[in-house]
Ligand binder design. Sequence first.
Ligand SMILES: [Zn+2]
Length: 110
Amino acid sequence: MNRPYISVEVVRQVREAAQNRCGYCLSPQFLVMARLEIEHLIPASKGGSSEESNLWLACPICNGYKADKTEAIDPETRESVSLFNPRSQVWTEHFRWIEGGLRVEGLTAI
Ligand SMILES: [Zn+2]
């Protein structure tokens, strides 16, 4: 599938809104060896638009892991739960840093 076109201006707006850091692990651009990627919160393959409201920044590792998923199975309840949405949810309500900032720990099923 071809990558959808996203204008330079929209990329700039998303980078600014995301404070130039990954929405999932919060790694800032200056600590990530590769360029942070514009990711579709609802994947284009599932009908997600390339409008700014559906885009956020992700590091290649988080973006690759998320891929086209929007939900996953909670290993504790075996129920399907929505994945974290960095545009509409507050990171600190769902995650925290552990091991001196080396790992992210989930606080909720999200
Ligand atoms: Zn990340």
